[in-house]
Design a protein around this ligand. Structure first.
Ligand SMILES: Cc1ncc(COP(=O)(O)OP(=O)(O)O)c(N)n1
Ligand SMILES: Cc1nc(C(=O)O)sc1CCOP(=O)(O)O
Ligand SMILES: [Mg+2]
Length: 213
């Protein structure tokens, strides 16, 4: 049994994943702060093109901005950035590195998430050291290049039911999916474009009726 325990309690209900281009109009920090005011419960900094130094600087700014809230900051892909910025956690995909090594370097306090795209990956999953899984894509999306084949709500439901860890659904989701996600058994939904790049990110986040999620 793993003896890690995240220092910050986390809530997967509404998980914002950022996109630099989509957030550019409002600005990254302002988008995240508005989304948190609107009810986002978790934030992941995801930028495939920024340098490590740029990402560390952004992550530090976000950590400062989120100070005093219950909202954890998770870093996408880059273990070194998560550690250098003192972020609350890391999210890695199937090809992004070794879970045990990530946990060893992050220490017991960090939140560690892993992507699961199909039932074979879930069957092979060792939950040791992990805190949650992201299941997706539920639907096709333009926000992630080369995403895996969409699972649909049926596939999501199957995977969420078999997951030994809390799960968050991702991929092509918007406010119309809240009830279906709740029924799927996933603990919440993760979104990029339903919040990032929307004219009013606070209102966009608040439009997710989490009372039923
Ligand atoms: C919450 C959440 N779930 C899944 C992913 C996808 O991670 P990954 O498969 O590593 O793909 P990239 O995001 O790195 O392109 C995620 N980022 N967040
Ligand atoms: C970052 C990411 N990961 C996915 C996965 O399937 O693992 S889908 C995705 C993009 C989600 O963006 P949007 O909410 O705009 O569809
Ligand atoms: Mg990744």
């Amino acid at each position: 049994m793993s003896n890690h325990r995240p220092a910050k309690a986390f809530d997967l209900s509404l998980y914002l994943v950022t996109d630099a281009a989509l957030c550019a109009t409002t600005g990254l920090i302002d988008t995240v702060l508005a989304a948190v005011r609107g009810g986002v419960t978790m934030v992941q900094l995801r930028d495939k093109t920024a340098s490590d130094a740029e990402l560390i600087a952004q992550a530090r700014q976000l950590m400062t901005a989120l100070h005093g809230t219950d909202v954890p900051l998770i870093i996408n892909d880059r273990l070194n950035v998560a550690i250098a910025a003192g972020a609350d956690g890391l999210h890695i995909g199937q090809g992004d590195g070794d879970i045990a090594e990530a946990r060893r370097q992050l220490g017991p306090d960090a939140i560690l998430g892993l992507s699961v795209e199909n039932s074979a990956q879930l069957a092979a999953l060792d939950p040791e050291g992990l805190d949650y899984i992201g299941i997706g894509p539920v639907f096709a999306t333009a926000s992630k290049q080369d995403h895996a084949p969409p699972l649909g709500m049926e596939g999501l439901t199957e995977l969420a039911a078999s997951s030994p860890l809390p799960s968050v659904a991702i991929g092509g989701l918007n406010t119309s999916h809240v009830e279906a996600i709740r029924q799927s058994g996933a603990n919440g939904l993760a979104v990029i474009s339903a919040i990032c790049g929307q004219p009013d990110p606070q209102a966009a986040a608040a439009a997710f009726d989490l009372s039923s999620a």
